[in-house]
Design a protein around this ligand. Structure first.
Ligand code: AMP
Length: 473
């Protein structure tokens, strides 16, 4: 299969070829013709599968083929709106629009929070064809009437499951309410919880449905290892591993923002260059840290789960779980940062006695035991007793705000009530003592995402006509 066979125009094929793509990925093979056909789409795909090009390429083609029928006060109307959960992902999508649209005439911009709104206002005033946005900042623009969404023809919800996890459902509904009724809707999600199915049901009209396996499965490409260690010797062990193995680019996950900050400080004291990246950092600091890390000037990036989400670094060789995540699916998301695009990668977990329950849940999810290796000099004390790990009340508090200004994150601010899907905090923030319960949400991420079927989803078949490869409208 080639990009030519998918019906893409010469300009788009030239741009992807220059970018180094020779063959479409499975999601692209399925999504591109489905989007070009003009109907709605429900796609099960994770970051790393090439999903961005799967929707950006056909959108560029559709917009070019059908010039804008409207003109909003003499400016270009926004014809495509792409919503993404995090600033990083939104920025990356818009970068892709520019890359793939190099020879197309479509213009684009991105809006997200944490940065000055005025340049965004100026850019929106000039008019763009494609707007990529995080929900919070988009609503800010909507309220200030600095964005006109009344001519949107195509809506994309990317990483819809994460958007719901992060409590964006109300924001999304408010955005949907101002869009024209008649439009093409594309929904991408890695997992299909009841909330996603409900959203798909209310949003999509007889969608085509596609699903792909992860491009890198945890079990195939990534070399996973657990190093048992005492809780208070983790930092020492990490420094030892980085120094003795001469690791130059390591993404390290911590459970909390505070933990990420503290670890980065300690590593710097050990002579290892490290920065933390999480939702409390300004957008400028996050962008700088990521650029330094990508550029090879920074050895270690200490990140929380959400901050790292969507970060796309080609050939990232090492991922370290400094703390194991209490949500087993997060383990799969984390280690998926390495071993991309067929490159082999290594995922190391430093596990202390407190985290044995988390490890058991992870191994159950990925359906295999992760090999354990005690590093000489770091043998854990066999008499050590597990202590409960303090988990926060609502997982949402650990997230960055996906684009909103900090003021909204204050207690009593607009976000606090909308955060987290009902029951999410119970199901996701499982205490070690109560962690025996199976994860409540989503689909094991190591398996191909399964699209809802009427049989599997009571009620979900009411409006959506589930037929594989079906075309909308
Ligand atoms: P995504 O899932 O959209 O975040 O893409 C993951 C990575 O795959 C990105 O680094 C893309 O540049 C890359 N990619 C997307 N499509 C292709 C392709 N057809 N061939 C090679 N790499 C690709």
């Amino acid at each position: 299969m080639s990009f030519e066979n998918l019906g893409l125009s010469a300009e788009l094929i030239r741009a992807v070829a220059e970018h180094g793509y020779t063959t479409p990925t499975p999601i692209q093979t399925q999504a591109i013709p489905a989007v070009l056909a003009g109907g709605d789409l429900l796609a099960g795909a994770q970051t790393g599968t090439g999903k961005t090009a799967g929707f950006v390429l056909p959108i560029l083609q559709l917009l070019t083929k059908h010039p804008a029928p409207h003109s909003a006060n003499g400016r270009k109307p926004i014809r495509t709106l792409i919503l993404a959960p995090t600033r990083e992902l939104a920025a990356q999508i818009e970068e892709s629009v520019r890359i793939y649209g190099k020879y197309s005439k479509q213009t684009s911009t991105v809006v997200f929070g944490g940065v000055n709104i005025n340049p965004q206002i100026a850019q929106l005033k000039r008019g763009v064809d494609i707007l990529v946005a995080t929900p919070g900042r988009l609503l800010d623009h909507q309220q200030q009437r600095t964005v006109d969404l009344s001519h949107v023809e195509i809506l994309v919800l990317d990483e819809a499951d994460r958007m719901l996890d992060m409590g964006f459902i109300r924001d999304i509904k408010r955005i949907l309410a101002v869009l024209p009724k008649r439009r093409q809707n594309l929904l991408f999600s890695a997992t299909f919880s009841a909330e996603i199915k409900a959203l798909a049901d209310s949003l999509l009209n007889a969608p085509a449905m596609i699903e792909v396996a992860r491009r890198n499965s945890t079990v195939e490409i990534i070399n996973q290892k657990v190093h048992p260690v005492d809780r208070d010797r983790k930092r020492e062990l990490l420094t030892h591993l980085i120094s003795t193995n001469r690791w130059q680019q390591v993404l390290v996950f911590t459970r909390t923002k505070h933990g990420a900050n503290r670890l980065a400080e300690q590593l710097n004291k050990d002579g290892i260059t490290a920065l933390a990246i999480h939702g409390n950092k300004s957008q400028g600091a996050r962008t700088r840290a990521l650029a330094e890390f990508k550029g090879g000037d920074l050895q270690v990036l200490c990140a929380t789960d959400i901050a790292a989400r969507g970060i796309d670094i080609d050939q990232l060789p090492h991922v370290v779980n400094y703390d194991l995540p209490n949500v087993p699916e997060d383990y799969v998301h984390r280690i998926g940062r390495t071993g991309r695009a067929g490159a082999s990668g290594e995922a190391i977990s430093l596990v202390c006695v407190d985290e044995h329950v988390f490890l058991r849940d992870i191994e159950r999810l990925i359906k295999r035991d992760i090999p354990q290796e005690v590093i000489a000099g770091f043998t854990p004390d066999p008499r050590a007793k597990a202590e409960p790990i303090q988990l926060r009340q609502g997982r949402g508090q650990q997230h960055n705000n996906g684009g909103r200004g900090n003021a909204r994150n204050q207690p009593g601010g607009g976000r606090s009530q909308g955060r987290g899907v009902p029951g999410a905090s119970q199901s996701r923030d499982r205490h070690p003592q109560t962690a025996a319960a199976k994860p409540q949400h989503g689909q094991p991420a190591h398996q191909p995402a399964r699209i809802a079927t009427p049989a599997a989803t009571p009620g979900a078949g009411r409006k959506i006509v589930y037929r594989a490869g079906g075309r909308g409208r």
